[in-house]
Design a protein around this ligand. Sequence first.
Ligand SMILES: N[C@@H](CCC(=O)N[C@@H](CS)C(=O)NCC(=O)O)C(=O)O
Length: 209
Amino acid sequence: MKFYDCSTAPSPRRARIFIAEKGLDIETVDIDLRKGEQLGDAFCKINPRAAVPALITDDGEAICENVAIAQYLEAIHPKPNLMGHTALEMARVSEWNWRLEFEGLSAVAEILRNSSPYMKGRAMTGPRNIEQLPELAERGRIRIGYFWEDLNAQLSTSAFVASDRFTFADITALVLVDFSKWVESSPPEDMSAIWAWYKTVSARPACQL
Ligand SMILES: N[C@@H](CCC(=O)N[C@@H](CS)C(=O)NCC(=O)O)C(=O)O
């Protein structure tokens, strides 16, 4: 297998942590997003959607979404389980992961990509250029504020995001909290359930990556 990563970006960090939690040793290639390497012909042959992470299987198939990479690796390396044991736990991991992506990561990305001068004309990932809409940055701040309330409520009743143990949803949530620091939209300091969980999870060796 081969893993296409970018050491400075949040999305591939999710796959990097997942691979480390599984204890896998996969050849890794770093794609420099700041230099636009993802938009070059060589990488677009691997992922025509011009984004990382991407995982090339031993059969030469390219898997280019975090969830799909996680499901694939879990299927071929089931231990330790990160995607859920029971039908209900699998559903909860999936449910929380979707919320973390749609209500969390996309809100923070909306802030960054619609306000950063470095992202002018690059408001969305992908091979096509899309202009920024400053109102979307403002809306992103409102969206992430509401999502932190929901996440803090969840972590007030559960030690981990989707279950009583560490799962893929915790990886997504950890990366979300760290990504939110980029645009000063971190959870408020008084959201003690989030910060207590964050302390535990960010101490894991794989989460140092
Ligand atoms: N839903 C995708 C998101 C991938 C994504 O947005 N990757 C970003 C890095 S965080 C990227 O490759 N950006 C390229 C660009 O900005 O042109 C996943 O989680 O796999």
